[in-house]
Design a protein around this ligand. Structure first.
Ligand code: KG4
Ligand code: ZN
Length: 321
């Protein structure tokens, strides 16, 4: 079964074709990010207007790249939530019209669950063994930080989530405080590599045994630190980036391992934009292997918003695992 996926929840306009819920035949992503950068964040009206401009060509290219015609597609899948309302409207209206005019079924997919599903995708040359379920899943993106217990892709239970800022949002806000531009995650990731260590610490809120997260306090503590030291210019931006990133990464790892222990799970799936963070990737692999937990990160291009994860997960809405 070949599913055409459409994803327009934020600044991206994306379309992809996935076969059998697994093999990515094409994956096209166009972003209006560069037009938002001067504003320091995504402007919803601008994002949806660009998506209207792009969507026809993006869908057409996803078919061309897969060497398929629209008639070769068995179903259309689309992100329905969460996301920017205007942006979601562009994708869902397009997908509904396509489904209606071609008489193909329409499948509605949750963007957050799809981020975790990215770990099950392979490209047409690949032959990867899929992760074993049940698993603990962590979605860390610009809008979400959520931990799930995944029995299968129809039974996903939320175990905890951020009480305030998402991890990616904290990266973006701290990058703004440090004048590193938008989006902040990649900039902090790169800069933190230049500081091998520091005495500086910015602790994350301690929520005890709860599997929830809180990242708004750490952002404020970076803000106060920078305000206090910037007039004298006696602080190192690299060290602040390093200390902030270390604290967020340590917290994410701690909660993931606690969830695995609590539910006796040996598979951990990570997804979302922050899953591209190099320190999170290396430290989590190291710490989880000590507990014999197998960690999966999607390929870098599948960590960020894409439509392959939407088409892939949609397959399981029709087929029990
Ligand atoms: O999943 P995504 O593409 O969009 C949402 O659904 O939010 O995630 C975007 C978020 C942004 O906050 C961005 O700063 C963060 O992912 N991000 C990173 C890295 N690359 C992207 N955060 C930390 N380190 C990175 N390398
Ligand atoms: Zn996302």
């Amino acid at each position: 079964m070949r599913i055409l996926g459409i994803e327009t929840s934020c600044d991206e306009t994306a379309a992809a074709v996935v076969q059998g819920g697994k093999v990515v035949l094409s994956n096209v992503v166009v972003s209006s990010l560069s037009e938002h950068q001067k504003f320091g964040g995504i402007i919803p009206e601008l994002a949806s207007r660009r998506q209207l401009d792009f969507i026809n060509d993006v869908v057409a290219k996803s078919l061309t790249d897969a060497h398929l015609k629209l008639s070769d597609i068995d179903a259309v899948a689309v992100t329905i939530t969460p996301g920017l309302l205007g942006s979601l409207l562009v994708g869902t209206c397009f997908a509904r019209a396509l489904s209606f005019s071609t008489h193909k079924p329409l499948m509605e997919v949750d963007h957050i669950q799809a981020h975790l599903y990215a770990n099950f995708l392979i490209d047409s040359s690949g032959n990867k063994k899929p992760p074993a379920l049940p698993a603990i899943g962590l979605v860390v993106s610009g809008g979400h930080t959520s931990l799930y217990l995944i029995r299968n892709f129809r039974h996903i239970k939320l175990l905890g989530q951020t009480l305030d800022d998402a991890a990616g949002e904290a990266f973006d806000k701290v990058a703004k405080i440090l004048n590193l531009g938008y989006p902040g995650g990649p900039a902090i990731d790169k800069l933190a590599k230049e500081a091998k260590r520091t005495k500086l610490t910015f602790p994350c809120a301690d929520l005890g045994n709860s599997l929830n997260f809180s990242f708004s306090g750490i952002k404020t503590s970076v803000l106060y630190y920078v305000k206090k030291h910037q007039t004298l210019k006696n602080f190192s931006t690299k060290e602040v980036a390093y200390a902030f990133q270390k604290s967020v990464v340590d917290t994410l790892i701690k909660k993931c391992l606690e969830a695995c222990q609590k539910y006796s799970i040996k598979t951990l799936l990570i997804g979302g934009g922050v899953a591209a963070n190099s320190t999170l990737r290396s430290e989590l692999l190291k710490k989880a292997s000590l507990k014999k937990i197998k960690v999966y990160f999607p390929a870098l291009k599948l960590c960020l918003d894409n439509a392959a994860m939407i088409a892939g997960l949609a397959y399981h809405h029709r087929h029990q695992n």
